[in-house]
Design a protein around this ligand. Structure first.
Ligand code: 8YV
Length: 315
């Protein structure tokens, strides 16, 4: 049994998950924006578990308003907006949803890479505009098979991407904080070195303070006018204004982006570029994967209520 008012949803969640949380667990739903902190000041003292997603962050002042808070359960693998240091200091455990989304995020990464290099989305617009009979053949694109992809962040998702790219005879290098002993791919000692040797820089790193702005102007310049960038991780990892400028001036060949610095807002300049594939943060968004994420979120909640431990703790 759950004490009413001990669980709260902060930020939007899948509607079926919201319903389950309310009907089976008597969860509160926090208002958003400026109303959130006053609401927590009023209702926070009995809250023990927060249900949230990567779209919002659970900050230190929010934790302060919930003195009994013991767990934050995050729908999504990325939880970088939540203050994990403040949570650890307060003994608050965090769960996320790793692994269940690897396949769909990796499928998206590879699909977006092919779209970007072969120009499928741009060609679709070309056909729909009626350009084919008027302008003739679509301009030539770039070959995917055999190209060199540098993966920034060879974690669970990065490896799922690499496995798929092996089928395209792609040469794979990677950069991580530390080289891995369990992969056959070449390690690059820095992000810049990775960019220098790659046709495509694939961003699959987890976000957070260490990764913020890691793909800066220097790295993008090293990738060069024939280089492409794919980002299925987080917008904060890349210097978005520098990337936009280089894409516009021919300093980069193209980009495929599922994530942005200020979602759902996209830099205006990107909207008019034919060499850029723009996706609305859909990588994990299949019926199957979102159901698996929802199940894992609820498994974490039930286990925490039973024995105070999480199925997939982040630390
Ligand atoms: C979405 C994601 O955040 O898992 C992540 O980190 O970015 C995505 O799966 C999803 O909408 C989580 O609610």
């Amino acid at each position: 049994t759950v004490a009413p008012g001990s669980i709260i949803q902060i930020g939007p969640l899948k509607p079926s998950l919201t319903t389950t949380l309310q009907e089976d667990f008597g969860a509160l739903v926090a208002p958003d924006g400026d109303d959130l902190l006053p609401y927590l000041a009023q209702h926070g003292k009995n809250i023990e578990i927060v249900m949230t997603s990567g779209r919002v962050g659970i900050t230190s002042p929010m934790m302060e308003a919930m003195p009994k808070l013991r767990a934050i359960i995050n729908h999504g693998v990325g939880y970088e907006k939540t203050d994990a240091v403040a949570a650890a200091e307060r003994g608050i455990a965090i769960a996320n949803t790793p692994d269940v989304l690897n396949d769909c995020v990796a499928d998206t990464a590879v699909g977006a890479l092919i779209d970007m290099m072969r120009g499928f989305s741009a060609a679709d617009r070309f056909v729909r505009r009626g350009d084919w009979p008027v302008k003739g053949d679509f301009p030539l694109t770039r070959k995917v098979t055999g190209c060199h992809v540098g993966i920034l962040g060879l974690g669970r998702i990065g490896r799922a991407i690499a496995k798929r790219l092996e089928g395209f005879d792609v040469t794979i290098s990677y950069h991580n904080r530390r080289p891995r002993a369990d992969v056959p791919y070449a390690y690059a000692g820095s992000v810049r070195e990775l960019a220098l040797r790659s046709d495509v820089l694939m961003i699959a790193a987890s976000a957070g303070p260490a990764a913020a702005g890691l793909v800066d102007r220097e790295v993008l310049t090293a990738l060069g006018p024939h280089g492409f960038v794919v980002n299925i991780a987080r917008g904060s990892i890349i210097d978005e204004p520098a990337m936009t400028e280089l894409l516009a001036s021919g300093g980069l060949a193209g980009a495929a982006l599922d994530v942005f610095a200020d979602e759902p807002n996209i830099p205006e300049d990107l909207l008019n570029m034919e060499n850029v594939v723009l996706l609305p943060h859909l990588a994990s968004g299949t019926i199957e994967t979102r159901e698996a994420m929802e199940r894992l979120v609820l498994d974490n909640l039930r286990q925490f209520l039973t024995d105070g431990t999480l199925v997939t703790p982040t630390a």
